[in-house]
Design a protein around this ligand. Structure first.
Ligand SMILES: [Fe+2]
Ligand SMILES: [Fe+2]
Length: 190
């Protein structure tokens, strides 16, 4: 049975957050799709940061930041975006999407448990990146254009405000702790 890593990186996180504030999403309402796309780019950047990080502590800090960013992102998608855009023709794709989220959360839970000193850690990060990048591409190429067709600017802005509101319920100190509670079943679409 692997044991949870004891290393406390909270101080490093605090310094990083006060410096650049990557972990928390934007707090100004904008277009919901633009907001999610911006988060996708930030997630890609964090995967790059993990890849180039030197040393186990730096890799762990970058990965924790990625896990936090993904917690906010999935909270916004599962709590607001997916249920709001759940119509007949998007429903099958959304069912697929929440299963992909669940699979990613389980992998993230494994990675948080193991830590970068485990020999399988790097391989698991690569698999996570492949899975998430495929999921992101599908959202941006299939789902988002369909949502632009079904919603006007005001609706997209209202949805962005709702997404910001649900993100405010994520625990501020360790957002990823919430994700660890969501590894049993896929999110509901209503
Ligand atoms: Fe998603
Ligand atoms: Fe997404």
């Amino acid at each position: 049975m692997p044991t949870r890593r004891k290393t406390d990186h909270r101080e490093i996180h605090r310094r990083r957050r006060s410096g650049d504030g990557h972990a928390r999403p934007a707090e100004q309402p904008s277009d919901a799709i633009q907001m999610l796309q911006d988060q996708h780019r930030e997630i890609e950047r964090l995967f790059d940061e993990i890849e180039t990080a030197r040393g186990e502590i730096a890799r762990q800090v970058a990965f924790d930041e990625l896990a936090d960013a993904l917690t906010y992102h999935t909270t916004m998608e599962e709590g607001v975006f997916y249920p709001t855009v759940n119509v007949d023709d998007t429903h099958p794709w959304l069912l697929h999407a929440v299963e992909e989220h669940l699979s990613a959360k389980r992998l993230i839970a494994d990675l948080l448990e193991l830590g970068p000193d485990d020999e399988s850690w790097q391989a698991k990060v690569e698999v996570l990146r492949e899975q998430i990048m495929m999921h992101v591409r599908e959202e941006e190429e299939l789902l988002f254009p369909r949502v632009r067709d079904m919603m006007d600017e005001d609706q997209l802005e209202a949805m962005a405000a709702e997404m910001i509101a649900v993100a405010a319920d994520v625990p501020v100190e360790t957002p990823r702790a919430q994700l660890l509670e969501e590894c049993e079943i896929a999110a509901h679409l209503s």
